[in-house]
Design a protein around this ligand. Structure first.
Ligand SMILES: Nc1ncnc2c1ncn2[C@@H]1O[C@H](COP(=O)(O)OP(=O)(O)OP(=O)(O)O)[C@@H](O)[C@H]1O
Length: 299
């Protein structure tokens, strides 16, 4: 099989005069867990619809394991897809839907499917119309992860899941990787992408602005650190590498931004009588603004 699971060249989608996806060129090698990050409206779902042959590109091309994405009869035998808004047959139960999907998709591992039903705590005896958003997502995730499709395309698959289920999701992605499946995961949750992906592409206003290994993305991060203390304030923080301007928030509290390893800052803090320490991770939007400049970050 082709060693490139996904390959796009100048992939473009215009709606009238609006360009939703702009000359996207991307390669995802087989076996990689690739994160596709971007804020709302960046063009993630539109890109995915073109990869799945569900939307026709205005220009450029998309290939799935070497076949043109428009050849859905061929490419859909090689992939499983979890859409952002999962719609199920309302009168069928979860079990019936899983059974149906097993018969129509690229083939499944029934024992692993049953294990996933347990792990995702899915009550498959209920009709789908009674399912919450999260439960509908679970049905779609179980169906996708149980396949042996070489490519899993997941479009913001965890937006309705609680933290316990999010953990199961991360485990299932790791198991898919261990089996050699390629995972294309669209998300706007940096922590999720960071936990499971090998590489990440950042999309903004329809353009791919960065493709980086996770290690590099971590280097871009700027955390906000708030420190409460008694007695003398921690000394020498503002001369440390990675520490941004130190802002005093009252008599016994200060705040600073931190990029890269926290070790030097923690050593400086250890010398003071710290009563509370809060480290807030930046949002994806803040990383964009931080790294690319606020003027560029708006469409
Ligand atoms: N059929 C359509 N007609 C016109 N504009 C569209 C159409 N589909 C999408 N768009 C626009 O294209 C842009 C990209 O939308 P898309 O759904 O791909 O974004 P997204 O990154 O998936 O966002 P989200 O995280 O909110 O799902 C948006 O501005 C959207 O309004």
């Amino acid at each position: 099989m082709n060693d490139r699971a996904l390959h796009t060249v100048d992939l473009t989608k215009r709606y009238g005069r609006f360009t939703a996806v702009d000359s996207l060129s991307l390669e995802v090698p087989a076996g990689e867990v690739f994160g596709f990050l971007g804020p709302n409206g960046a063009g993630k779902s539109t890109t995915i619809r073109m990869l799945l042959g569900l939307a026709r590109p205005s220009a450029g091309r998309a290939r799935v394991f070497g076949s043109d994405a428009s050849d859905v009869a061929r490419t859909h035998r090689l992939l499983a897809y979890v859409p952002a808004d999962v719609a199920l047959w309302p009168t069928l139960t979860g079990a019936e839907i899983l059974h149906l999907q097993a018969r129509t998709g690229p083939g499944i591992d029934p024992a692993y499917r049953d294990e996933l039903v347990e792990r995702f705590a899915l009550d498959t005896s209920r009709p789908a119309r009674t399912y919450s958003t999260g439960n509908r997502q679970k049905v779609a995730l179980v169906a996708a992860f149980a396949t042996r499709a070489p490519l899993l395309v997941l479009d913001e698959p965890t937006s309705g899941l609680d933290p316990l289920m999010e953990r199961e999701f991360r485990t299932a992605v790791g198991q898919a990787r261990d089996r050699g499946q390629t995972v294309f995961l669209s998300s706007h949750q940096l922590s999720e992408v960071e936990a499971v992906c090998d590489r990440v592409g950042i999309l903004r206003a329809g353009r791919l602005i960065e493709i980086a290994a996770m290690r590099k993305l971590r280097g871009l991060r700027r955390a906000e650190v708030t420190v409460s203390y008694t007695g003398a304030p921690p000394a020498g923080l503002d001369t440390l590498p990675g520490v941004g301007p130190v802002e005093q928030l009252g008599a016994d509290r200060l705040r600073f931004s931190l990029t890269g390893t926290p070790a030097p800052a923690l050593r400086a803090l250890a010398a003071a009588d710290v009563t509370a320490l809060v480290i807030r991770e930046p949002t994806l939007e803040e990383i964009f603004l931080d790294y690319y400049g606020s003027a560029e970050a708006t469409r």
